[in-house]
Design a protein around this ligand. Structure first.
Ligand SMILES: Cc1cc2nc3c(=O)[nH]c(=O)nc-3n(C[C@H](O)[C@H](O)[C@H](O)COP(=O)(O)OP(=O)(O)OC[C@H]3O[C@@H](n4cnc5c(N)ncnc54)[C@H](O)[C@@H]3O)c2cc1C
Length: 476
C-alpha cells in the first residue's frame, strides 16, 4: 500500500505506547465513554517492561487498583538487605515491606492489555508512529504510522504520549520539544533486570554463605560501581533460579548495567542460562513542567514521571494515568477533550499532588549520588538513617517519620552532631523540592524547571556522552 492509499483510523483518543501506563490510560478513557485506540510498535507480548519490577501497594491504591494478580507476582514482602559501599556485614540494613510487590511484567502487562480490550479499546500492535501532521496551534492532528510494509494514519482529538523514552509525540510537537529537553546522560539510569537458571546449587549455597544471606532474601550492594550503582541478587527458595537487577548512571565513565551483570556471570559458574529479562535506560530527573499542549498529553517515562531513587516508573505512571483521565474527562465531550484548556487540568493536578513528592525523592537521589565513598556507612552506623525511613523510600511513600523515629534521629544527632551538617543540605533541598511545584502551580506559574534545577543543584552537562552498548537492544 503506498502513502496515498494509507488506511485511516479515527478515534477520540489515540494512546501511543502499550506499556502499562499507556494501556491503563486507554482502559480508563474507554470506560469514561471515549473511543480509544492504542498503538504500539511491538508485537503483543513485547510491549513495555517485560522483566521484574517492584511496584508499591500505596501507588496502586492511588491509581484505583488493588494488589497485582497473584499469578503475576515474582515475590512479595521479601526481606531486603542493603549493603552500602560493598562494606562489612555489620553495616548492612535489613528492611521488609509487605506493601511492595515484585511483579513479572510480562504477565502484568498482558493483564492490563486484556482489561483494556474488555473496556472496548482497539489494540493495534506492530504499528510504529513515525511523524505527525500539526494543526494551526502546533498540536498533533494526525499520526502517520507504518505497520509491516503498510502505511496507516490516525486522526484523534487527543494523542497521549506513553511511548517511554522514545517520546515520539513529544519530540514531534515543537512546543514540547522546546520545553521538555531530552534527558542528559546524568539524568538517565542504565538498568538490567534478568532471571537466570541455577546449574550448580552447591555453588549458589556457597555464594550465599560468603555473603551472609539466605535463599528468598534480596541482597543489594549499592555504590560498588560508582555512585547510584546497584547490584541486586535474589536466589529463589528452591534454588532453581536467580534474579538480578543492576543499575548505573548512564554516563560513559560508569560500567554499563548489562556488562556489570555479564562480568558477574562470567565469574560465577553456578549461574545457568538466561530465562527472561531486559536492559534499558530510565529517565531519572524531575517530571517536565509542561505535560500538555493542544491535543497532546505526556505520560509515564515520556513525561519523566519517575520515583528516581530507584528508577521506578510503574507505580507513578499508573497514578498519572488515573490523574490524566480523571482530570480531562470530567465534563468534557469528544470536541473539548483535547483542548489545551481542558488538558491543563491534568498538568495542574499532577504537579500539585505528585511532582513535589517525586522532586523530594530526586533531592535524596542527588544527595546519595554525590556522597563520598564510606559516608553512607557512617550515616547508617550513627542511626541517623532508620529502617522505617529506608522502608518508606523502598515503598515510594511520602516521608512522614513517626514520633519514635524522630526520637531516634534526634538521639543519633546528639551523639554525632556533625551529622546535622552532613544532612542539612539534603533536608533543605528535599523540603524546598517538595513544596515548590505545588506553590508555583497554585500561583499559575507553568514553568517550574529553572527553579527546580537550582534547588536540586542540576548542572548543565549537555556535552556528556551517554554509554552506548550494542547489547542494549531495547534502548529507544
Ligand atoms: C531493567 C529495568 C528495571 C526496572 N525496574 C523497575 C522497578 O522495579 N519498578 C518500577 O516501577 N520501574 C522499574 N523500571 C522502570 C519502568 O520499567 C519504566 O519506568 C516503565 O516501564 C515506563 O512505562 P511507560 O509505559 O511510560 O513506558 P514503556 O514501558 O517504555 O512503554 C513504552 C511503549 O511505547 C512503545 N513505543 C515506543 N516508540 C513507539 C513508536 N514510535 N510507535 C509506537 N509505539 C512506540 C514501546 O514499544 C513500548 O511498548 C525498570 C526499568 C528497567 C529498564
Amino acid at each position: 500500500m503506498n502513502k496515498k492509499s494509507a488506511k485511516t483510523f479515527e478515534a477520540d483518543v489515540v494512546v501511543v505506547g502499550g506499556g502499562v501506563t499507556g494501556t491503563y490510560a486507554a482502559e480508563l478513557f474507554a470506560k469514561a465513554g471515549f473511543q480509544c485506540i492504542l498503538v504500539d510498535k511491538q508485537v503483543r507480548g513485547r510491549t513495555g517492561a517485560h522483566w521484574i519490577n517492584g511496584v508499591p501497594l500505596f501507588m496502586l491504591k492511588e491509581a484505583g487498583l488493588g494488589r497485582p494478580p497473584v499469578d503475576c507476582l515474582y515475590g512479595a514482602g521479601d526481606p531486603f538487605i542493603l549493603v552500602p559501599d560493598d562494606s562489612t556485614p555489620d553495616a548492612r540494613i535489613r528492611v521488609q515491606s509487605d506493601e511492595l510487590f515484585d511483579v513479572d511484567m510480562r504477565c502484568y502487562g498482558e493483564w492490563f492489555l486484556r482489561r483494556a480490550e474488555e473496556a472496548g479499546v482497539k489494540l493495534h500492535f506492530n504499528t510504529s508512529v513515525k511523524r505527525f501532521d500539526l494543526n494551526k496551534a502546533g498540536g498533533p492532528r494526525s499520526a502517520s504510522c507504518t505497520t509491516g510494509k503498510d502505511n496507516v494514519k490516525y486522526h484523534a482529538k487527543l494523542f497521549v504520549d506513553a511511548s517511554g523514552l522514545a517520546a515520539v509525540v513529544r519530540k514531534h510537537v515543537p512546543f514540547l520539544k522546546r520545553n521538555c529537553p531530552v534527558p542528559q546522560p546524568s539524568e538517565l539510569c542504565s538498568a538490567s533486570s534478568y532471571v537466570y537458571s541455577i546449574k550448580d546449587k552447591a555453588g549458589a549455597r556457597n555464594y550465599m554463605r560468603r555473603h551472609h544471606f539466605k535463599a528468598g532474601e534480596i541482597l543489594a550492594f549499592s555504590g560498588t560501581h560508582g555512585n547510584f550503582s546497584i547490584f541486586r541478587i535474589q536466589i529463589a527458595k528452591d534454588l532453581s533460579q536467580v534474579a538480578f537487577l543492576t543499575g548505573t548512571l548512564a554516563e560513559r565513565h560508569y560500567p554499563h548495567s548489562r556488562k556489570l551483570l555479564d562480568a558477574f556471570i562470567q565469574e560465577h559458574r553456578w549461574v545457568g542460562s538466561e530465562l527472561f529479562g531486559g536492559s534499558r535506560l530510565i529517565p531519572i530527573r524531575q517530571p517536565y513542567s509542561h505535560l500538555v499542549h493542544h491535543g497532546v498529553a505526556l505520560l509515564g517515562d515520556a513525561a519523566c514521571q519517575n520515583y528516581t531513587i530507584h528508577g521506578s516508573g510503574i507505580g507513578i505512571g499508573l497514578v498519572a494515568a488515573k490523574e490524566l483521565v480523571d482530570a480531562v474527562t470530567k465534563g468534557a465531550n469528544a470536541r473539548t477533550l483535547g483542548t489545551r484548556r481542558n488538558l491543563l487540568k491534568y498538568e495542574r493536578n499532577f504537579h500539585r499532588k505528585w511532582t513535589g513528592h517525586l522532586c523530594s525523592a530526586e533531592a535524596i537521589r542527588r544527595f546519595v549520588t554525590g556522597m563520598p565513598k564510606g559516608k553512607m556507612d557512617g550515616l547508617l552506623a550513627s542511626g541517623a538513617l532508620s529502617e522505617a525511613l529506608i522502608e518508606s523510600v523502598l515503598s515510594q511513600k511520602k516521608l512522614k517519620p513517626k514520633a519514635a523515629d524522630i526520637a531516634k534521629h534526634v538521639k543519633a544527632i546528639k551523639a554525632h552532631p556533625k551529622i546535622l551538617f552532613d544532612v542539612a543540605p539534603l533536608l533543605t533541598s528535599s523540603f524546598l523540592a517538595a513544596l515548590t511545584p505545588k506553590l508555583l502551580s497554585r500561583l499559575g506559574w507553568r514553568n517550574h524547571d529553572p527553579l527546580m534545577k537550582r534547588i536540586l543543584g542540576v548542572a548543565d552537562k549537555r556535552k556528556q556522552i551517554t554509554q552506548s552498548d550494542p547489547q542494549q537492544s531495547d534502548q529507544p
